[in-house]
Design a binder for this molecule. Structure first.
Ligand code: DQA
Length: 138
């Protein structure tokens, strides 16, 4: 199995960013642990703070992977373009969020990704990513 995790803006500063909400582990540290734990699966990683780069990556990842795990971060709530890209591609996309976005500000209750995703996992901290990986394991 080949999966790719695509992370959106500000997820490159995980660990030092609002640790009460997002935890104190960096994504690099977390990814190392996850890759060891699920060593039979190829897990690639891409992060960008730029909306268009995320759209291009979604397009390029199509057909190359068995699954895409997408945390579009703040663009989740604003980006018609990312929503359209998820809709346009064949590869199943699981949307993840670290925090429970429904327990936060109202503007985080909207997602342009969800209507086009195969599933949504949120609110379990970094474990949300692990649950998404497991969803592709059957
Ligand atoms: C997030 C939730 C978003 O609302 C926020 O903008 C993020 C991270 C999460 O993983 O909890 O940057 O996607």
């Amino acid at each position: 199995k080949k999966l790719i995790i695509i992370n959106g803006p500000n997820l490159n500063i995980l660990g030092k960013r609002e640790p009460k909400i997002y935890g104190s582990l960096t994504f690099t540290e977390f990814l190392e642990e996850v890759k060891q734990k699920y060593s039979t699966i190829q897990i690639d990683y891409f992060q960008s703070n730029i909306e268009g780069e995320l759209i291009s990556k979604l397009q390029d990842a199509d057909a190359l992977y068995d699954g895409i795990i997408l945390n579009a971060a703040a663009y989740t709530h604003t980006s018609v373009g990312i929503g359209d890209a998820v809709k346009a591609i064949e590869t199943p996309v699981v949307e993840v969020h670290i925090s429970n976005t429904f327990d936060r500000e109202e503007f985080r209750h909207v997602s342009y990704v969800s209507p086009n995703a195969n599933g949504v996992i949120l609110g379990f901290g970094l474990q949300s990513y692990e649950l998404a990986i497991q969803s592709f394991m059957n």
